[in-house]
Design a protein around this ligand. Structure first.
Ligand code: 3HC
Ligand code: NAI
Length: 704
């Protein structure tokens, strides 16, 4: 297929990029651009050049996959942009869709820009741990001003076509077909004798920003975004736009290359593709017909039910919540209204939007209200007997073809599916708290889940703005199964004498959003303890009396975490404070169970004991086919559990550390702590890969 075409339309040469799905710029497109420019240069009968793209979008960026090539260089594309800018006849870019990164850089090398009203423009490279490497840091400040340019490049946010026009980034907003609006603009330009304009020749006037603007920005980047080297580099590159163009360009080129090779950027690029991959379900035919979802029912309007309902109302889908009492229903609906009003107070929603969303949410005490729903999600207490009863009832009440989903955190989805007596319609939809905020949705495929049910839920997830990952059935699925071993070690460390803040501080020093103690205090120690108790009832726990002893004791004492003002920490509002009572409880448990306390537990030991068993569990999950790809596990932990994205998720991190290191340290803990319950037993896959000095990405395990 020809990726770049040059065709005549009267006096105008039309350069079309056709590289689906998003017209990303790679080596072949750059070569195509260069040859099209050669032809345009050679034919003096053309009066203008129009650059536009086929398909749903203008160029949405450089080809992210190509950044991993050892021989990658931004220089050929940059030289091509230079050639476009120096052309002596006017060059117009006609923009539509997502004009991002290298796409906006291409547009800025053109002399004039016209965009459809729906166009979004931005430089999202920072999200990949990069900065714009094709002169975006130099050209954008020259048209948009330093402040807006630094803001756009540092946040990676998109702006609308109108905002871009107001900021001087584009010249006209015009509705229609991109090729035709571009041609009309170019012809008008020719008629009025419009000439070439070159952003690189503009000089940013001194002043306009505070004297300490760059110093403050650099300091903020270093202190508030210390895990992300791109943040400080972006400030430096944008500051260099005040230098002569070629000097600034040299600064940008050096910084881009450093970032491209950084671990952080590699990790973030890995996650970009892992998220794209996660949406693909192996073995599911592309043309499988999905079931229409126009009305959703939710059983239980508690913490999760309420948050889940908001997702659907936000997407304009009518939602009914069923509860056991009027009081519970009103509490749930009140919580949703309160959340929406808080968003309105922050200017994120209009009062009209609040009313529209609340109008989509209704409540009922009668299961009959669920009979016309296309999807019903149960979100009642984590109790197998109760959930089985509810599922049996849903199997009867729900209309034929309706999907029945469970939001269980840990329970066996196949058992619940059997209870409905229509297992093919059943799937797990495991949302994360707060369900209206967290991006992750674990989609749990049961043994009998129908392909169209899986496809419908994956499509719906996208519609409500979630990143969905498919998991097989096992205790806790991907995320909570790994969290279980992480919590196990956190509790052992507490009993050995570490404080909650030492434990949390150790993993937070790696960039974890929140350590395990703060996390459970927030999610609710009662929720965590009940899960462990249920698992015990199902015979899943090891015969170890010390297993998760702390969470159970805290639960007995009514220390449920933030909601009761005390858990692992004590709370002043939402602020956690170290609580001597926790140390006392842990010491008492250590005494009861004969666990020796130590005055000094190193940060490194805490990190290893929390993360290496978690990684080991991830290997087992992959090996057993519960997760299809290591990247799926990484998406679960970064999108759902605050694992640092700059480390790429636990499985990518494991490869970065070296599997041999993990295997050695697991062996060390097995020897020093004992391994009676198999806590330190390596997954066969981890053992094999480490033994062969290979990485996880080299393995072919899994079921895909
Ligand atoms: N490079 C390579 N592949 C890309 C890509 C890119 N820049 N952008 C998207 N793709 C791929 C996706 O991986 C996906 O592939 P798949 O079909 O095999 O899974 C496919 O294009 C479609 O992507 P989406 O499913 O995300 O499509 P949407 O329609 O939902 O979204 C989009 C489109 C808004 C363009 C979104 O894909 C996006 O945000 N892409 C990333 C844009 C970006 O980061 N650009 C900057 C790149 S870095 C750069 O330009 C450096 C420069 O300064 C030199
Ligand atoms: P919750 O206690 O806040 O809410 C449960 C709601 O279910 C209550 O309002 C209760 O009145 C209602 N309920 C109980 N029996 C009912 C019945 N027969 N009919 C209708 N409503 C009934 O619990 P939460 O935290 O919302 O948890 C719900 C489910 O979500 C559980 O399975 C839990 O494991 C899971 N989950 C919880 C997460 C969390 O962080 N809280 C995260 C992800 C999943």
């Amino acid at each position: 297929m020809q990726l770049v075409r040059l065709e005549r339309r009267g006096d105008v040469a039309v350069l079309t990029i056709a590289n689906p799905p998003v017209n990303a710029i790679g080596t072949a497109v750059v070569a195509g651009l260069a040859s099209a420019i050669d032809r345009f240069e050679a034919d003096r009968s053309y009066k203008a050049l129009l650059v536009h793209c086929d398909g749903s979008t203008f160029v949405a960026g450089g080809d992210i996959g190509s950044f991993d090539d050892p021989g990658f260089s931004a220089a050929p594309f940059n030289a091509t942009l230079d050639r476009i800018e120096t052309l002596d006849r006017p060059v117009v870019a006609s923009l539509h869709g997502s004009v991002l990164g290298g796409g906006l850089e291409l547009a800025l090398a053109c002399h004039w820009r016209v965009a459809l009203p729906s166009t979004k423009l931005g430089m999202p490279e920072v999200k990949l741990g990069l900065l714009p490497g094709s002169l975006g840091t130099q050209r954008l400040p020259r048209v948009a001003g330093i402040k807006l340019a630094l803001d756009m490049i540092s946040t990676g946010r998109n702006i609308s076509a109108q905002a871009a026009k107001d900021a001087g980034i584009i010249d006209e907003v015009s509705d229609g077909v991109p090729l035709e609006t571009g041609l009309a603009f170019a012809q008008a330009l020719i008629s009025r004798g419009g000439a070439a304009r070159r952003i690189s020749t503009l000089i940013i006037p001194p002043g306009g920003i505070e004297a300490d603007f760059f110093a403050t920005a650099a300091n903020d980047a270093r202190t508030k975004k210390s895990f992300y080297p791109a943040a400080a580099a972006i400030v430096q590159a944008v500051q260099a736009s005040t230098l002569p163009f070629k000097d600034g360009a040299a600064v940008e080129a050096r910084l881009f290359e450093e970032l491209r090779q950084s671990r952080e950027s590699m990790a973030l690029r890995h996650l970009f593709f892992a998220e794209c991959e996660a949406a693909k379900v192996p073995g599911l035919a592309k043309d499988v017909k999905t079931r229409p979802i126009t009305k959703v029912g939710i059983v239980g309007a508690g913490t999760m039910g309420g948050g889940i309902a908001m997702n659907f109302a936000n997407a304009g889908i009518q939602t009914v919540l069923v509860e056991t009492s009027q009081a519970a229903l009103e509490r749930g609906l009140g919580m949703m209204k309160g959340n929406y009003e808080a968003s309105a107070a922050k200017g994120r929603l209009t009062t009209q939007q609040v009313s529209q969303r609340m109008a989509l949410l209704t409540g009922s005490l009668d299961y009959a209200a669920l009979s016309d729903c296309d999807l019903v999600i149960e979100a009642v207490f984590e109790n197998m007997e109760l959930k089985k009863q509810i599922c049996a009832r849903l199997g009867q009440v729900c209309k034929s073809g309706a999907i029945i989903a469970t939001n269980t955190s840990t329970l066996d989805v196949d058992v619940l599916a059997q209870a409905t007596a229509r297992a093919q319609d059943v799937v797990g939809m495991h949302f994360f708290s707060p369900a209206n905020v967290m991006r992750l949705l674990e989609v749990v495929r049961g043994a009998q889940t129908a392909p169209d049910v899986l496809a419908t839920v994956m499509q719906l997830a996208r519609k409500i703005g979630k990143v969905a990952v498919v998991s097989g059935v096992c205790y806790g699925f991907i995320g909570n199964r790994m969290a279980e071993v992480y919590m196990r070690e956190a509790e052992f460390l507490l009993m050995e004498g570490a404080t909650p803040s030492q434990i949390d501080g150790a993993v937070e020093s790696l960039g974890m959003a929140m350590g395990p103690c703060r996390m459970l205090d927030m999610a609710g120690i009662d929720v965590g303890a009940k899960t462990v108790i249920e698992y015990g009832k199902a015979g899943g726990l090891p015969p170890d009396p010390t297993y998760r002893a702390v969470v159970r004791r805290m639960f007995e004492l009514g220390r449920f975490g933030q909601k009761t003002g005390a858990g692992y920490y004590r709370y002043e509002g939402r602020k956690p404070e170290e609580d001597p009572e926790t140390a006392r409880i842990a010491k008492e448990l250590a005494g009861t169970h004969g666990i020796a306390q130590r005055s000094e537990i190193s940060r490194q030991e805490i990190i290893e004991r929390l993360l290496y068993p978690l990684i080991n569990e991830g290997f087992k999950i992959f090996e057993e086919g519960i997760a299809w790809r290591p990247g799926d596990i990484d998406v679960v932990w970064t999108a759902g559990y605050g694992f640092p994205d700059h480390k790429g998720g636990p499985m990518f991190y494991a490869d970065s550390l070296g599997l041999g290191v993990i295997a050695d340290r697991m062996a060390h803990y097995a020897a020093t702590r004992g391994n009676a319950y198999g806590y330190w037993t390596l997954s066969p896959l981890l053992q094999k890969q480490a033994g062969e000095r290979k990485q996880l990405i080299d393995s072919k395990a899994g079921t895909s």
